[in-house]
Design a protein around this ligand. Structure first.
Ligand code: PLP
Length: 354
């Protein structure tokens, strides 16, 4: 049976990348040993690190006044890392909360401060009102998650905001182009669009962090000064990322990736919108994500039946997050048009069966 993996993360890795990694695990270049065994102080690993950074800078068009570092601890560690390295943020930031991950970050930040940190939540306001409310707030910085993986809500128009942005881009990094005019800090776990868990990408303005006396791993300066090799970095996760970045380049670059993602997402949303007598879209229309598409069946007994039948037919990872249920189609860069066509055909058949 053909497997179509639509998991929200860790997620599908392109087959050509898996093939290359398989070879490199057996023996890297002509060294006679595995890429898994490379010393993080070796010339070979240094080349991997520099190449990965260079590719990321090129693909995302990262300006010169930004540092790029690779850390461990997942996106979740950034809640602590950012708060610890820039304590002046607490009374100079507003959080725009559009879903679960933003809320978790806000809660962690709040643990670091006695003062109440400002926040605004997407509830029943319209997007324009929300943007206006953020923009009249006195703070210099705005936190947001560009893509809320669980709720399927995406904010891509960063220029709408008149603040310096700190963005959790874990579930949509490298899936579209954006300009850096008002960006201050971007971070993302790699395990959706950039490979496997273990490495978190941090891209920060080089005057972002403040003087501090933090312990070694927590201190951003150590990672910047030692070029992401302050301690042992997650060597294999970084190597996988390099291969994924090469895959993006070979496949037409970020422009082509973005076009594919939009085209795949439009097909999925069209099917949902054409079947509103049976399906309920779960994200507000003007904030629909191209990365994670969430819906449920009006007849709730069908949800479980659909998920069971889909996994029996090789369509994996379609269950919505346990906190909201329903169905989630993760449409990351590695998902091909063919996979989406196969899935839509399957959903259409299921819908016609009742
Ligand atoms: C948008 C977003 N932020 C943060 C996280 C947490 O990431 P991690 O598990 O790497 O800490 C996730 C996980 O899925 C996510 O989707």
């Amino acid at each position: 049976m053909k497997i179509n993996n639509f998991s929200a993360g860790p997620s599908k890795i392109p087959q050509t990348v898996l093939d290359q990694l398989g070879k490199d695990i057996i023996g890297y270049k002509d060294l006679g040993y595995s890429v898994l065994e490379l010393s993080h102080r070796s010339q070979e690993f240094d080349e991997i690190l520099q190449d990965t950074k260079k590719n990321l800078v090129n693909i995302l068009n990262i300006p010169k006044n930004f540092d790029v570092i690779f850390l461990q601890g997942g996106a979740t560690f950034q809640n602590t890392f950012i708060a610890a390295n820039k304590p002046s943020l607490f009374d100079n930031i507003i959080f725009l909360l559009t879903g679960t991950w933003g809320k978790k970050t806000y809660e962690d930040f709040q643990k670091y401060s006695d003062k109440k940190i400002s926040k605004i939540s997407l509830s029943d306001q319209k997007l324009e009102d929300l943007i206006e409310e953020v923009n009249i707030h006195k703070s210099e910085y705005l936190y947001l998650a560009s893509n809320e993986t669980i709720e399927g809500i995406q904010l891509k128009n960063f220029n709408n905001f008149n603040k310096k942005l700190i963005i959790d881009m874990s579930s949509d990094i490298c899936s579209y182009k954006f300009d850096w005019d008002n960006i201050s800090f971007i971070y993302a776990g790699a395990q959706k669009n950039l490979g496997i868990p273990g490495v978190t990408i941090c891209i920060l303005e080089n005057d972002f962090i403040e003087e501090n006396n933090l312990t070694s791993y927590l201190n951003a300066k150590n990672h910047i000064n030692k070029n992401s090799a302050f301690n042992t970095p997650p060597t294999f996760s970084i190597y996988v990322m390099l291969n994924i970045l090469n895959w993006i380049n070979i496949n037409g670059g970020i422009e082509q990736i973005e076009e594919n993602n939009i085209s795949k997402a439009n097909k999925i949303y069209r099917l949902i919108d054409e079947n509103l007598e049976k399906l309920i879209p779960l994200a507000p229309k003007d904030l629909r994500s191209t990365s994670n598409i969430v819906f449920d069946f009006k007849d709730k007994s069908k949800t479980e039946q659909f998920l069971k039948q889909s996994s029996e037919n090789g369509f994996l990872g379609l269950n919505g997050h346990r906190s909201i249920g329903g169905v989630r189609i993760s449409n990351y860069n590695s998902i091909s048009q063919e996979m989406v066509s196969n899935l839509l055909e399957f959903i259409q058949k299921f819908l016609s069966s009742y």
